[in-house]
Design a protein around this ligand. Sequence first.
Ligand SMILES: C[S@@+](CC[C@H](N)C(=O)[O-])C[C@H]1O[C@@H](n2cnc3c(N)ncnc32)[C@H](O)[C@@H]1O
Length: 331
Amino acid sequence: MSYWKILDARYLDRPVDWSDFFGRNAPLTVEIGFGRGDHVVHLGKTQPDHNIVAIEVSQPSLRKASSKVKNNFLTNVRIVDGSGPLFLWTNVAASQLDALHVNFPDPWHKEGHHHRRLINPEFLHLAATRMKVGAKLFIATDHPNYQPVVTRCLEETPYFTSRLSTTYTTVDPNRFTTKYEQKALREGRFPFYYKFERNAQPAPNIFTIPEELPMPHAVVQLPITFDEMQKKFVPFEAAGNGINVNFKEGFVAANFPTLLVETYVRQDPQDQRLGLVVQEREPNEYIIKMHEIGFPRVTDGVHFAVRQLTDWLMSLHPDATISHHNLLRIN
Ligand SMILES: C[S@@+](CC[C@H](N)C(=O)[O-])C[C@H]1O[C@@H](n2cnc3c(N)ncnc32)[C@H](O)[C@@H]1O
């Protein structure tokens, strides 16, 4: 394996055997959302005896960090393309992690987007299940509205204890400062640094590694035209089993009888935004499936969403039938 290839989290084992993955047994450090990647390079250089996994969703950041890691000949760092919580959930077994770094997570300042924030009680619970007792948690934020939320989450979590005498510090002279951080300091914003440690309080593993599921699809025989079908679509929501789905908007393709439905699947520990499609394959025969946009992970929540959309299609005509499907039954 080339050390510096960007790895796609979707194709990593569930869970990864980290000693085998790195070819050596060493403490495991993860950094989520590394941006320009300078902090990852710093970790790689200063902790040669650690196995370091750095995960990002942004393609330019992934490319930048991967070439920096390569230019510094760091063989103890792997760059992974994916979302941090999904990665911890699906690829990391319980009590594997020795350190977790989250520097300046996106604040999502609009109120309607707060649920997208990385640091919340569910994320801390997930992290607690994956971390060893004594493992170190480092978080930094400079955002005036997000900082009190991070502070409250850390003060309220039973699973982590501050290694400082306070919840946070605003002065950390020994810290490696990222470009983002330097800019914040220049602009007069004060970063808050949190240095916590996984304590001995057992964290029930409510986020067991989800099984790998097939790409969900259903085929419906529906005696109405595509045009009639798409005109009946109105945004709706569905909920069940701790999963909440919002079918937000429908778009009709220009040249194909295809309705693309913008869909939000809210499910702890990771929400996903994806496109579902309802496509007329033959007259009066529709397939409901995932669109590849955004490369979502196939979770039971995604199966639930396809089932709800299928049920909506079925509700459009009393003679509608499902001729085939591979959907999980989730109530
Ligand atoms: C404000 S930037 C901070 C970047 C860097 N840590 C620094 O201090 O300069 C937040 C970064 O988190 C990444 N990010 C957002 N959500 C993420 C997720 N779910 N998993 C991994 N990375 C994520 C973004 O792409 C972005 O690069």
